[in-house]
Structure formats: structure tokens, C-alpha cells
Design a protein around this ligand. Sequence first.
Ligand SMILES: *[C@@H]1O[C@H](CO)[C@@H](O)[C@H](O)[C@H]1NC(C)=O
Ligand SMILES: *[C@@H]1O[C@H](CO)[C@@H](O)[C@H](O)[C@H]1NC(C)=O
Ligand SMILES: *[C@H]1O[C@H](CO)[C@@H](O)[C@H](O)[C@H]1NC(C)=O
Length: 628
Amino acid sequence: MSGASAAPPPMPPLGRPVAVPVESSVWDRITNWASENKALVYTIAGVAVVVTGAGVVYYLNDTKPSAPAQPRLSKKERRKQKEAERQAEAGKPSTSPTEQPKAAAVESADELPEITESTVATFTNEQRQEYALKLKNDGNKSYGSKDYNRAIELYSQAILCKPDPIFYSNRAACYNALSDWDKVVEDTTAAVNLDPTYVKALNRRANAYEHLSMFSESLLDFTASCIIDEFRNENSAASVEKLLKKVAEQKAEGIIKSKNPNKLPSPTFVSNYIQSFRVKPRPTGLEDSVELADSTGKGQMQIGLRAMEKKTHEGYEEAATAFEKALELGDLGDYEALAYNLRGTFRCLRGSQEQALQDMDKSIELDPSMTQSYVKRASMHLEMGARDTAAEDLEKAIQQNDSDPDIYYHRAQLHFIHGEFQDAAKDYQMSIDLDKEFIFSHIQLGVTQYKMGSVASSMATFRRCTKNFSKVPDVYNYYGELLLDQGKFDEAILQFDTAMDMEKQTKPMAMNVLPLINKALTLFQQKSEFSEAEQLCGKALIIDPECDIAVATMAQLLLQQGKVTEALKYFERAAELARTPGEIVNALSYAEATRTQLQVQEKYPQLAAKLQGMGGAGMGGGLPPGAH
Ligand SMILES: *[C@@H]1O[C@H](CO)[C@@H](O)[C@H](O)[C@H]1NC(C)=O
Ligand SMILES: *[C@@H]1O[C@H](CO)[C@@H](O)[C@H](O)[C@H]1NC(C)=O
Ligand SMILES: *[C@H]1O[C@H](CO)[C@@H](O)[C@H](O)[C@H]1NC(C)=O
């Protein structure tokens, strides 16, 4: 089901929840939902989703078969099936009525007349068939004794007599043994042109493309072969997975290079990151009542801090620029450590982790008592997977000030991410004991209790929160998520609606769109209500056009409806919006899977029909008519 009840992933999903508790569980749900329905992206049309989808899940993820479409075959049955396939393969040439059974026809190819284009033209049809078979059988023998060059000669002559896809594919096998990948591609292409559903040739070509580092082409062939085989071949399915990653990594390089290093992620993301630290009053001397020139470092610090308080996209952009300028102008006096801290914060948000770390180092060097810099550095390390370094930083922070609630909150996050809920709960409680006004400690404590299985205490925590923090939209949003996880759809929707109302009331200029997305997911899960879910996502994207979660959700919703071309656009957009290389690769692998489906559909129209046929009884029938 959805995120909260599932076992936590070993790594933070997409590195995100580290300092961003608020987004974590939504991502959790989307990524779980996406991985449970991973097969979605392998199918062409919405109607095919259920049947083939389940097939892929079963074969790619055999630890957890999720309602396999085909009944699971026993080993014996599978062996039988393989045997049948092998026989079908062996039987292929004899589909021609003129051919003789192998044993009777075999003579040495040496006894045959000379085979060239011009001599072949003089043969009768029967002679061509007969000679071709002999040549093929001899070629097969040479192949068996590893005399590949001789085998190639024989297959070539067989092809002159009769252009048979099997001969091309066999000759390709020789080139394969000689690692002549270009020739393998050439021959398998000839074979596939003669028989577009020749799985062996497709797989052989896919393998050659992979050797030639032509990963997209390889992916396309493996995908087509999977569809022809109805996802029965585990090796091809595994190859699709592997190549998807390779293609995504290859394409990610381009995006990473061309990425504007000064671009901030969406306001939803930025404000969630920033609000995971308690708001501190502006330092004395930088308040609005103090007159400072814009041309000074201190003046820029004042501009930046003021801009951050707006909590809007423009505000954050302005702040990021101001902190860069402040440090260029210098002469910051006591504010220098804070300036490095803030510049580093925005650099981290932009995805420049190395630079951000340097800024935090500098900030700590200038003012070792500024605990927030340790905490921020810890969250960066955590995002980069360096748990121990992160824990060390938090320890150092506690040595500086053992009564700073932010430190315990973030140490709790570290435990939470690693599934250490007992420790997490202890630290959230510690943070609350030091300062009960910080709502996110309460929310996270509630979520942690839920993950530990204490549903009743978790619900009690949330009910208390709605009383004590009745104006804070996040309370309702998270309460709603946990209700959704329990399948209490209507109650969940009520909470999401309240959360949206509160967003409008308390920050009309910088609304958090997560409740909208959650409501969309609820409607979708509850009654496959596509159009309303899509509308809600669209609304979220009007409010925050760069919200990557909204974009990813939209892509999934479109895919579910078989709107593959549109879905692809959203997956590509998600990759553009992704912050870190890992996230870019993840988004791209969805985009590439979708694109490959479209290409298969174009290239092999007969396969598209096959998929439709397979899915005929699937989703179409399952949809509640006009459900609302
Ligand atoms: C420790 O942190 C708390 C909370 O931020 C603060 O009130 C207190 O002044 C800090 N103590 C020291 C010694 O910095
Ligand atoms: C929340 O409410 C409880 C009683 O329901 C109270 O003990 C507690 O102090 C309140 N917390 C805040 C932050 O007001
Ligand atoms: C040649 O035939 C044998 C069986 O006689 C078969 O095992 C082998 O796969 C064939 N080789 C090729 C290249 O088709």
C-alpha cells in the first residue's frame, strides 16, 4: 500500500527526506507506488497495464510477485514450455513444405555445385531449398566445431540460395563469437526484417548494440523481445532493467552538464527544507529598522534575510543572490559565519553539494558555536550517503550546545531514515521537551509511532496537534496521509481539504501544494478517479509549476490512462527539475521506459495490437463507469 506502512528503504528515497521531513512520505508513497506499478511504464496502453504490468512485476521482481497475470509455472511446466519453444524454433525451417527431414538430406556441402549469385540463378526452386538446407547443416557443424570463418562461408552460400532469417541469425552467431558486433547487427537486422518477431535475432542484436554502447537501440530490442515473449524470459526482462539504467545514466550526463547551476528547486521544496530548522530572529543590527547601504556586505545580508521571510520563489531567488553578493563584498564582521551558512544553504538547495560543504566548513571555522552549521553539514553528508560523518557532526553540535532542539530533531531524522524508529522517537521527544512549539517534531513523532505500529498513539498525537496547532496546514496534511494509508479515504480527503484551506488562509502567496497532490492520489487510489486527480495535479502545477512531485504524479496518472506521449513529457520535465544526479537518473529511467514503449509501438504495430489483446479484459472492465 502507501508509504507509511511499508518498510523504509535502506537509503532515503531520492536522498530527499534528510532535512525535508515534510516531503518524505509523499515521495515514499510515489516511489513505492511507482515501483509496485513499475510495470506500468513497460506497457503501451492503459488497457494493457494490468495484465502485462503484473507480468513484468512478477518477472523483474520475483521476490514479491504482485498478482501475476499468468499463473506461476512450476519448474516442470517451465521446462516443458522451454522445450516446446525450442522445438518450435527447430521446426522453423521445415515450415517450408519442400524441405526434407534433416537426416535424409545431409550430404557433404563439398558435393554441391559452385554456389554464386549467377549459378544460383540457374537452379530450380527445389534445388535452392535442398542446397540451402545442406549448407545450413554444414554451417551448423562448423559452428559447433568453432570453425567460425568456415561456418560464415557456408551460411553465406545458404543465404544466396534462400534468404532465410535463421541463416542470417546463425551467421550472426558466428560474428558474435568473433566479437564482430557491426556484422552481428547487420545480419540480425536482415533476420528481423524477414521475421519481425524473431526473438533470438532481436536478443542477439540487442546484445551487439550493447557491446557497441548503443544503449537506446539495445533497450528497444530487448523491450520488443520481452513483449513478443509476453515477459516470459527472465534474462531479457533483467536486460531491460539494466539497459534502462545505462541509457538513463548516459542521458543524465547531458542534463547534468547543461544544468543551470544557479537554479533553485521549486518553492515547495525550498520552503520545506528551510522550515526543517526553527526560525531564528534576525541578528541584531540587520533588522529593517537599521539603515544599511545595498552596496555593502551587511546591506546584502539584510536584503537576503528579508527576502527569505517572503517564502516565495522570487524571495528565495533574491536571497540566494544577496548572500552570494554579501560574501563578495565582504566586511561582514560578526555576520561572516552566518553569511557562509546561508550561502551554503542555498548552494546545497541548488544541488552544488561540494561548494555547499566548503561554505559550512568555513562557517564552522569562523564560529564553532553556531550549531546550525554542523546540523546543515550533517544533512548534506547524509544526503551523500555518509551516515557516520553526519552522526559525527551532530555529536559535535551537541558538544557545543546540548539544549538546542534542532540538533535532536535532525538526529531523529537520521534514525528515522535508517528505520531506527525507537531512537528516532526518543530524539523527537527530546526536541519537543526542549521546545514544544516546533510543529514538525510533533508531526514526525506521530509518523514514527505509526511506523512502529502504535497506530492509536500516533492518531492521538495527531489529534492533539490539530488542537494545539489548529492553524498549521502540515498537521492536517500528514494526518491525512496516515488516514489514507489505513484506507480511510473519506477522512483523509477531509484532512487534505482542511490543509488546503489553511494554506490559503495562512500563506496565500506561498502555498504548499502537497495536500492537493495527496488528494489527487487519494481519489485515484480510492476509485481510479483519473480526471479529477489530474485536475488537482494541474492545479498544483499552476501554484508551483516546478513542483517535481506534482510533475511525477501527473506523469503516472497520464500513463495509467494510456496517454503515453503526454506522460513522457512529464517524465522528461521531472528529470529537468530533479536536483541531484541520482534523482535525474531515476526520473530519466521512467522517461526512457516510456519512450521505448512508444518506439516499439511505432516500429512494431503488430505488437501494439498484441498488447491491446493481452489487456482486453484488464483495466477497461475494472474501471467503475463514470465513477465519481
Ligand atoms: C543553545 O540553544 C538554545 C536554543 O537554540 C539557545 O536558546 C541557547 O542560548 C543556546 N546556548 C548556547 C550556550 O549557545
Ligand atoms: C498541547 O496540548 C496539551 C494538552 O492537550 C498540553 O499539555 C500541551 O502543553 C500543549 N502543547 C502546546 C505546544 O501547546
Ligand atoms: C546447430 O544445430 C545444433 C543441433 O544440431 C544446435 O544445438 C545448435 O544451436 C545449432 N547452431 C546454430 C548456430 O544454430
